[in-house]
Design a protein around this ligand. Structure first.
Ligand code: M6R
Length: 614
């Protein structure tokens, strides 16, 4: 949601912080700020509303006012929860006497109670945020040791937090802590980092310590000390992460979204590599930690996820039911937790999440565990909260996804669900030959995506020029491609701000058709599939209401031009794999519309990459 980076040690600390924030900006971009602690025991704060560029522009002038060596710094990029984007609400927040500075991700749920108590003690609040409570609370408990003061303050706090704290009186020290909000420590040659995501420090170090919930860490130039909230020191491992600068830069692409769309042939290969065995016509998903017997015991699958990940789950429903004959239901993670779900014996709960941080999905996963379900994570971010809470599962291996609109993660999620369908299917009703045929088709998929990326762009561009001036667009699809209609519509609304809705095509006539007229184009997913004629029927109903049509079909289908001058296509492929190809086209379409409208593609308004609040 928001991004945190902090550093203690030597070198150009403001430069390190700004570079870190630059890489974290995709997580939130309402406002940004930094606090620097100097050797002469002063804190210096700069905060700016809007994108990071505003903070960057004013940094040189700000630094001219600092005349003592800088020993430590913390910085933050914000996605507003409590209080509007403003300089007063931007982080870092200072305590009453100006000695404590705090940056914070998460929500302090009992902040109003704490605020009232602090006000009674004479503290004055300058912002509308929950975070400011932490700064005052730490000052209130400070008795010459920042670490102890943070521990005491956190004992009183309910909610979630990833925090980094500086104290003017201890300029060589930074204290950080986490609960349900990611935080990682990085060991560099000139000092130590803390960040909400390791992308913030990848340029400087790949040696990291993953913090657990309730960890409190003391950073200085010496090796970090980690304790729990009871001040018990814990051992930790330093891991070397395989993460490179190229993974988090745009390369030759104009936007991260376009780069990530183009990465999909490789991300599909990565999601399936080493996980298919042609000899047995089966999938190998070692991360599930299941024997063939365990797999054969699965009677029902429940999928919990949000947004795009949930739509991947809906494709998974069709895939698993078709391939394995096992019933699947797909839940909004946000609802699952609160509606007291029934978990029957033999149920497996899959939590799907790109970031691995989504608060609703994490909470749903915990609820499922509490009710005794076997849980698996389908996650992109390694060692993220959901991956760790699930304990077992399947990583996507898609690499960092920086664009706020999810693209490559979706197609990898669908691929992983296809492999799961294959595994479940082979343990029940699928023959060796059927398994082998599916593996062959999966292996052919990356080249088909490459073909789309190479050949479809001009037609997609034309369709985008046509769509960009409309205010409403409908997407329709059936069966495996019904969730694709939902995902296509979500992509368009997220980055082009055009109102778009996805419908199961037959459902249109049960209400939504009332909305159709010449100003409401309908994008119909018409690739070769069972029930194709029924979709044609829906398209004819649309045309009869004067609504313009855009077709997305299978290459070689010459009949589509009778429905629309805009015909987009995918190469021939089995219906159950067509969601991946159709989605790539719809991602590009949304992208071209947003570019044509001159919008901020990678950082659309009001959104943030990972939603770590409920
Ligand atoms: O990180 P997650 O996959 O758990 O995120 C879930 C949704 O917040 C996410 O997919 C969101 O819908 C994206 N902005 C879609 O582009």
């Amino acid at each position: 949601m928001c991004g945190i980076v902090g550093f203690v040690g030597n070198g150009v600390i403001p430069g390190r912080l700004l570079q870190g924030l630059q890489r974290l900006e995709y997580r939130g971009y309402d406002s940004a700020g930094m606090a620097l602690c100097t050797e002469d025991s002063h804190l210096h704060i700069l905060r700016r509303v809007g994108k990071l560029a505003n903070l960057k522009n004013d940094t040189p002038e700000f630094l001219e006012t600092i005349h003592s060596p800088i020993r430590g710094g913390i910085a933050h990029t914000r996605w507003a929860t409590h209080g509007k984007p403003s300089e007063a609400n931007a982080h870092p927040h200072l305590s009453q006497n100006g000695t404590i500075a705090v940056v914070h991700n998460g929500i302090i749920e009992n902040y109003q109670t704490l605020k009232d108590q602090l006000i009674r003690q004479g503290f004055e609040f300058k912002s509308e945020t929950d975070t400011e409570v932490l700064a005052h609370l730490i000052e209130y408990h400070y008795q010459g040791n920042l670490f102890s003061a943070v521990l005491s303050a956190l004992h009183l706090v309910e909610g979630t937090y990833g925090i980094a704290v500086l104290n003017a009186l201890e300029p060589n020290v930074l204290v950080a802590a986490r609960k349900s909000s990611p935080l990682v420590v990085g060991l560099a040659t000139e000092g130590n980092y803390v960040a909400s995501d390791m992308v913030a420090m990848v340029q400087e170090t790949q040696r990291v310590i993953h913090l657990d919930d309730y960890d409190v860490v003391l950073l200085s130039e010496d090796p970090p000390v980690i304790t729990n909230l009871k001040n018990r020191i814990r051992e930790y491992e330093v891991s070397t992460v395989d993460f490179h600068l190229d993974d988090v830069s745009k390369g030759n692409f104009e936007h991260f979204m376009l780069k990530e769309i183009h990465e999909q042939p490789d991300t599909i290969r990565n999601a399936t590599r080493g996980r298919m065995d042609y000899e047995t016509g089966n999938a190998k998903l070692n991360g599930l930690g299941c024997t063939a017997y365990d797999i054969a015991q699965i009677r029902h699958v429940t999928i919990v996820a949000c947004g795009t990940s949930r739509y991947a789950g809906l494709v998974g429903e069709y895939l698993i039911e078709t391939l394995a004959g096992i019933t699947v239901d797909v839940e909004y993670a946000s609802e699952f937790r609160y509606r007291n779900p029934v978990i029957m014996p033999g149920t497996v709960v899959l939590a799907i999440s790109q970031s691995g941080e989504t608060a609703d999905t994490l909470a749903a996963l915990m609820e499922a565990k509490l009710k005794g379900a076997t849980v698996f994570g389908i996650v992109n971010s390694v060692s993220s909260a959901i991956a760790r809470e699930a304990g077992r599962g399947i990583y996507l291996h898609a690499g960092p996804e920086i664009s706020v609109a999810s693209t490559k993660a979706f197609t990898s999620q669908v691929m992983v669900l296809t492999l799961l369908g294959l595994l479940l299917g082979r343990s029940s009703r699928h023959s060796l030959t059927e398994g082998q045929n599916l593996i062959r088709e999966i292996e052919a998929l990356p080249e088909k995506i490459e073909y789309i990326l190479k050949n479809e762009r001009p037609k997609i561009y034309q369709a985008a020029q046509y769509l960009k001036d409309f205010e409403n667009v409908f997407y329709i699809g059936r069966s495996f491609n019904y969730p694709v209609a939902l995902e296509g519509a979500l992509k368009l609304k997220e980055i082009s701000y055009i109102h778009a809705e996805g419908y199961e095509s037959a459902e249109l006539k049960h209400g939504p058709i009332a909305l159709l007229d010449s100003r409401k184009p309908v994008l119909a997913i018409m690739s070769n599939q069972a029930g194709y004629e029924k979709i044609v029927g829906s398209v004819k109903e649309v045309m009869a209401r004067d609504a313009p049509v855009i077709c997305l079909g299978t290459e070689g289908n010459t009949t589509l031009s009778q429905y629309s001058p805009y015909v987009l296509s995918i190469p021939e492929c089995p219906e159950l794999l067509s969601p991946v190809l159709n989605t790539v086209v719809l991602q590009l379409l949304a992208y071209e519309v947003a570019v044509a409208k001159g919008l901020s593609v990678d950082q659309p308004r009001n959104l943030a990459k990972s939603v770590t609040v409920e």
